[in-house]
Design a protein around this ligand. Structure first.
Ligand code: GLU
Length: 316
């Protein structure tokens, strides 16, 4: 019997939903529902300093206003710290994780390469242990230079050599917060996620997540990284780039626009329909192969136009 499709949407409550997050929500939802799958919701509030009070409620309200229906209970990462601690302990016991005492500045002074995500490749200073009396600040996962490759359903084959491209990466930060990479891997496994559909800004994180899955003996889901929406300046829509919040009064038009962004061809008059009708159209007409194989696409939010491929900072 084929496994049941279990997809998810995992917003970070750092601000209200905008068009860029809507694209990820729509893509993951329609891909799951068009295949008779389930679609789960996870609030990624593991990074307490970045979490904005009330943003979680605003996101849930927006999803309801847009007619999304999720399966099962919402998972809140802030309530999953014991699971992250257990995973970290398992990795420590296996000797795969080590304490690191380097400050950001020390890493900056000694790193010689820029990592694939624009950060610095950690030079491995603390890999062989800390001098006595020196306390660890953060905990890092060991990497090596074996190739981690996967076939992304949208972006094709992606391969990295983590030691070279990223370096040993942090699982528990110096400020006591668990890193996104650890939380997402533990939670995707705990929720039985079979298909991850999300924005291409996370494409370069995926080999790290696959490495973590292997270290923890977890299965690797299938991945599809959708083009991310950028503004006309080529910047990813985000709170930092002042992307406007979605307007629920325009839900139909926004949904139709998100479907068009994903290469689907909704009839323009559908924009005036109720959300339920738009979802019915989307589930029955979803054509995955029409999703543009790009990491980013510019949108003119003023004129509701899609323009060219963009995003030099997105790597393509
Ligand atoms: N919480 C992440 C975000 O909002 C998404 C994580 C994921 O889908 O893996 O960008």
């Amino acid at each position: 019997m084929p496994e049941t499709y279990r997809g998810r949407f995992a917003p970070s409550p750092t601000g209200p939903l905008h068009f860029g997050s809507l694209v990820a929500a729509v893509g993951s939802y329609v891909d799951a529902k068009s295949q008779g799958g389930q679609w789960l919701l996870r609030m990624e509030d593991v990074d307490a300093p970045r979490t904005v009070s009330g943003a979680d409620d605003a996101i849930l309200q927006a999803l309801e206003d847009f007619g999304f229906e999720w399966d099962g209970e919402i998972v809140w990462q802030s309530q999953r710290l014991d699971a992250y601690a257990a995973a970290l302990q398992e990795l420590k016991t296996a000797g795969l994780v080590y304490g690191c005492a380097c400050s950001r500045r020390e890493i900056g002074d000694s790193a010689i390469r820029t990592a694939i995500d624009g950060g610095l490749v950690y030079p491995g200073t603390c890999r062989n242990g800390l001098p006595s009396g020196v306390a660890p600040r953060a905990w890092r996962l060991r990497t090596d230079n074996s190739e981690i490759a996967f076939d992304d359903r949208v972006q094709g084959r992606i391969a990295q050599k983590l030691e070279n491209d990223v370096g040993d990466f942090v699982l528990l930060r110096a400020d006591g917060q668990y890193a996104y990479q650890l939380a997402v891997v533990v939670d995707d496994a705990a929720q039985g996620i079979t298909h991850v559909v999300r924005g291409a800004d996370l494409l370069d994180s995926t080999p790290r997540q696959i490495w973590l899955q292997r270290c923890l003996g977890l299965t690797t889901p299938s991945y599809a990284h959708l083009p991310v929406a950028c503004n006309t300046a080529g910047e990813k829509l985000s709170k930092q780039t002042l992307a406007p919040a979605l307007n629920p009064a325009q839900a139909g038009a926004e949904l139709v626009r998100a479907l068009a962004f994903l290469g689907q061809h909704p009839p323009p008059e559908l924009a005036a329909s109720r959300c339920a009708e738009i979802w019915r159209w989307a589930f029955s007409h979803w054509n995955f192969d029409q999703i543009p194989r790009q990491r980013g696409i510019c949108v003119d939010l003023e004129n509701l136009q899609l323009s060219s491929a963009c995003g030099s900072q997105l790597g393509s």
